[in-house]
Structure formats: structure tokens, C-alpha cells
Design a protein around this ligand. Sequence first.
Ligand SMILES: [Ca+2]
Ligand SMILES: [Ca+2]
Ligand SMILES: [Ca+2]
Length: 508
Amino acid sequence: MKIRILIFSLLFLCCNNLNEDTRIELLFNSPISFDSPKKQSSSKVGKSLLNLIDGANNTIHFAIYGMRNQPKILDALIRAKKRGVSILGVVDKDIYNNNYYSDTNELIKLIDYIKSDYDSDIKNAGFVKEYNYKPYWDKPSGFNGPPSIVGYSIDDKTAIISVQASKEKISFTGNIMHNKFFVFDNEIIWTGSTNISDSGTGGYNANVSALIKSKEIASLYIEEFNQMYYQGKYHNSKRVSSNLIKYNKNSDVNVYFSPQTKVLSDKIIPLIEASTESINVSVFFLTHKDVTGALIEAKRRGVSVKIIIDASGASNEYTKYEFLRMAGIPVKIENWGGKLHSKAATIDNKILILGSMNWTSAGENRNDENTILINDQKLANQFNSFFQDIWNSIPDKWLKERPSAESIFSVNSCNDGIDNDYDDRIDNLDSACINKTNELNKLPPIYIVNKTEGSKLIKGNISKGGKKIYHLPNQKYYDKVNIDLKKGEYFFANEKEAIKLGFRKSKI
Ligand SMILES: [Ca+2]
Ligand SMILES: [Ca+2]
Ligand SMILES: [Ca+2]
């Protein structure tokens, strides 16, 4: 018992004091220090989890995506169970009752009290309809997935537009219980972007996690856990707890759970819109339309924006990296074997964002996720220095181009024993490694259009009575409407811009 208390005290010797009761330590993992995924949990973030499991006295609650090849963590949980610690857990399952990570079933077998979102996924599967609307701009040929119309103004004269769609049709296999959090003795929280896997806690991917000591914050996580575990509420059936609202008003730390809170639309976008100096973003997937728009607008206002994204994330057909680059934002695509797996950012060197949620529509609207917003300069600076280190490790070539995630262009990826680009071919069986070429998939084309000419843009018209109405390219009067820029009429790249200037959509 005494030893365990000592471990807890030592864990927080180094940490930041936000107030008397809340202490936070950030746990960074850099792929520069690892050449492949590791079975030992010897990364800083892995060791901290092991120490916490061994230090737990009464309870461990966890909600994790799954588990793969981390025997020391599994053994530590079994030891905790043997000494009488109550362990309750939640993991992800798809509609076939499978989990992405190979040792999750072993975990379920050895630790008795583990549940999943399987029933919730099965229930939702019946409600998912085929995505079947016709976009008002043409879908590119060869891309058969759900279309997404994207448009941004990059200056007063120019807009960039595209219809993005995945190559293959997407079928529903379940929403994802994507959290990666543990709560120990209702007081210590271990959370962030690090999965319990050889590439996560084993230490290969870039991750940002946090160790938090706070009974109040722990109670928020427990409440979220209980909704899933005891009430079987996952994804869109969860509700926002009253605790969250009270907590937000009185503290420098805000915790948000998805999808019951629209974290990107309602929390992160307003912060981007209010920024005045700098924004550093490092996320695995950045596909969210409105976050991209807010980042482009921040750049236009003169904010210094820098972004690092993952190479496999950048090969996703809905990626926004090209739009961001066309708007003049420096975007580096990482070229390590490990993934840029963090979901972290700072705003104006004082607000730090971290958590499990990718900056995507599914992250915000469907999956179970947690995101923490911390207003603390010292912690923001710690992230910025980590960000700068990984930024510097990526050659400037990848400010302009995109490396294949498994090729000689991604360091270690041809001899790390894993399938970095999900094509079922590992290392020297992957043609990009054999041929030493940068093999890239095709992405939907992006068009640069002149706003004064208005080609394919939304038309914002002012009627004789002074009513501001906008027309989409597939609407009845689109072809007939003439836009007079001198009258205050506009061409818009997207509907959000039109609505912002007081235009409403034509009913016909
Ligand atoms: Ca699921
Ligand atoms: Ca591969
Ligand atoms: Ca590989």
C-alpha cells in the first residue's frame, strides 16, 4: 500500500499545477525515437500506464479502442485483479462482433467485466440508409463513395472547389468506441490519443496523452463510462451531463465527450475564429469541412498557421491538405514509418487541445471520443516544443509533396514489420518498397475558379425588394441570375459564406 502511494506521488513530481486539486502532466511520444512497434510498453506513455495500473488500490475504469501485443499491460491488469482491484472496461466492437486489435478478446476473457458497443452498433445498422443524393457539382469519375461538396474562398477573387468522394462505396460496419482512457481510484485519469498497442503504448506513433489528477475531472470520465457500461448508451444515445456545464464555467480545463457535444463545430472552430497569433495542429485525419474553412480564414486574417498530418491520413479521398496548402498554409505530411496519430493543437500559445478525436465528421458526429481543452501557457509551450521537433524532422520536400506511407520515402516503413498503408502487403512485399517508388493513390481533382466570373460557384442575388437570396448550381433560377458585384451581390464558394453575409437559400 505504502509503495503504491509513493508511486502516485512520484508520478506527479514534475507536473504542472493548475490549482491545488488539479495536476496535469503531458505525455508525448515521438516516432523519431523508435524504428518499429514494440511489444514492451517502454515508451514514457506506456510506462506511466503500467505504473498507474500497479499503483491502483481500489478501482480501474477503462474505455479503450482495443488491445494488441502489450503483454506487460495485460499482466499488470491481471495482477491488479488478483489483489482485489475492481476492474470495469469498455471496448469497441463492429457489427460482426469483431475488434480491430488482435488481443482484445484475450483481454475480455481474462478480465471478466468488459462490455462493448456491439448492441448499439447492431441497432444503428438498421437505420443507416444508402447515401444517395446527387451533388450539384459533378462527382469525379472513378470515385463511387458518398460525395461531399467543398469550396473555400482563398482571396477576394479566387475560390477553390471540389466534389470529394471515396473510391469505393462505404458500408456501415459500426460506429467506433474510440476512447483511450483509464481512470484509477476515481482520481487519476490517463487519456489522449495513445492506443493500447505495440505502435501506441509500445511507442512508434506520434501521440499526445495526458495524466491528470483531479477528483472532479475523474467524476466526469466515470459518468461518461457509466453511460456506456451500465446504461448501454453509446454514440448518439449518450446525453450531456450537467456536471460538464458547471465545470466549464469554473475552470481552466474543459472536458468534452463526443458525439453528445459537437466539439469541432461548437468548441474548436470558435477558438480558431477567435485566434489572433498562431495555430499549430498535428492530427491523424483532417477531413472536416468547416474546421478547414476556419483555418483558411485564420490564415487570411494573418494568423500563423502550421499543420502536420499523417501520410495515410493524407491519402484519404476526403483529406483537406491540398486546400490548406492552396490557401498558403504550410502543411507538412510526415515521412516516418510511425503514424502521426496525435489529435492535438495549440491556439495563440495558450490553449492546448488534445484527445482521442480525429478532426473528421465521424469523430465529431458518430464515434465515442473525449477531448480536453486546457488554458495554460506552460502546457501549450510544452506541446509547441514537441510540435517543433517533429516538424523539423520532416524534410521541406513534404511541404509540397506527399510521401507514400509504406515506401523508401517513409523512414523505417519498409522494415518495420507492419502494413503502414493498409494494402495488405508488408515491407518488402509492398510494391512501393520493391520498386523504390513513391506510389500514390489518386485524389479527387480540385478546381481553382475566378469569383468574378463565377463558374460553378453559388450565386448570391439581391432582389428588387432588397431580399438576399442565394442559388445553388442545380437550382431553377441559377442560370438566369446575373451577379452584379458592384451592387453587393456575390459568388460564394460554399453556403456557410453566403449565410454569414445574410443570404438565404432560394426555395426553388
Ligand atoms: Ca463499434
Ligand atoms: Ca503496405
Ligand atoms: Ca512496413
